[in-house]
Design a protein around this ligand. Structure first.
Ligand code: RP5
Length: 309
């Protein structure tokens, strides 16, 4: 078999959607957790038997710590067994937000985790990674074939189908890239807030100087983690007279009670992609991932071809 897509049971739906979109064979990695929390993984090919030439591993890296160990075990084992090419499809890429030492002594996890993935895999495909102070994924993952896709064009299509003339708002400067992209695609008005972060869950939001009175607002961001960024932005917008505030995010991380935090702030509808499995998922990324993966698997495809997808 030339190419096999491997995935875990908990990501059966999005991984199978990708395999079907590409007409690839897919197989489960069995995962057993021992009482001491070590993992035993079983891959669907035995020592001495035929090994796929190319293995595609589908693993979204939300709640990442165990998953990084999984990837280490899978990649090293597959190489030992003779797999020639290993590709990681990680719709959500973890540890990208700590891209500098904000305080003396802090570990810059972005380049360390990125370097680790670059050693294990020959290609990595991800969606809207949190690249704030760098422009290209290759600066975090030192691979020619490190491809960034975006969920925002699909989210923008969905917003346009659901709402009549909404105002698109980004909650902070980093979100400008996504809000501006969605506004360019739809022609809707847009603005970007100013955010000051005081801690993991303490943020202040200052609204852009545009009239929000009576407007249907959609907040667009890459990720909702604690939910406080979107909650504070929603409160500010509703306080300034917005008729409604809905949310569109690529990555529905929603740690702990984040979803409730956001809803309690007055947020109405929440739409997300299936990069991270969550009840708010409204967009399948399978077609976009399949397009990028297809290009990567074709010998001679230029890295980054799929960047604008
Ligand atoms: O406020 P929470 O949800 O914890 O964090 C998510 C926000 O923090 C930023 O890095 C993200 O781009 C997003 O704006």
């Amino acid at each position: 078999m030339a190419t096999l897509l491997l995935h875990f049971e908990d990501e059966n739906v999005p991984a199978r959607r990708l395999a079907e979109a590409m007409e690839l064979s897919a197989a489960l990695i069995e995962r057993h957790r021992f009482p001491d929390e070590e993992l035993r993984l079983t891959l669907p090919f035995a020592e001495g038997g035929p090994v796929p030439d190319t293995l595609v591993v589908y693993r979204s890296l939300d709640r990442p710590n165990d998953k990084l160990v999984e990837l280490l075990l899978i990649a090293r084992h597959a190489r030992q067994q003779g797999a020639r090419r290993l590709v990681l499809v990680a719709p959500y890429l973890a540890y990208m937000r700590q891209d500098i030492a904000f305080h003396p002594g802090e570990v810059v996890s972005q380049t360390i985790v990125g370097g680790f993935l670059g050693e294990l895999f020959d290609g990595v495909i991800t969606v809207d990674p949190h690249l704030h102070r760098i422009d290209h994924l290759q600066e975090a993952i030192p691979l020619d074939q490190a491809v960034t896709l975006s969920g925002v064009p699909r989210l923008a299509e969905l917003i346009a189908a659901r709402l009549d003339d909404p105002l698109l708002v980004g909650p902070d400067a980093e979100s400008a890239q996504w809000v501006e992209g969605a506004a360019a695609a739809t022609g809707f008005d847009h603005g970007v807030c100013r955010k000051v972060r005081h801690g993991d869950t303490r943020v202040d939001i200052e609204l852009p100087g545009i009239d929000v009175d009576g407007r249907q607002v959609v907040l667009i961001d890459d990720v909702a983690s604690s939910g406080h960024t979107l909650a504070r932005a929603a409160e500010a917008l509703l306080g300034a007279g917005a008729a409604s505030v809905d949310v569109a995010v690529t990555h529905a991380l929603f740690a702990g009670n984040a979803f409730e935090v956001m809803k309690n702030a007055g947020v109405g509808k929440v739409w997300s992609t299936d990069c991270i499995i969550h009840p708010s998922n409204a967009i399948s990324m399978a077609p976009v991932l399949a397009d990028a993966l297809g290009r990567m698997l074709v010998k001679g495809a230029k890295p980054g071809d799929a960047r604008t997808a």
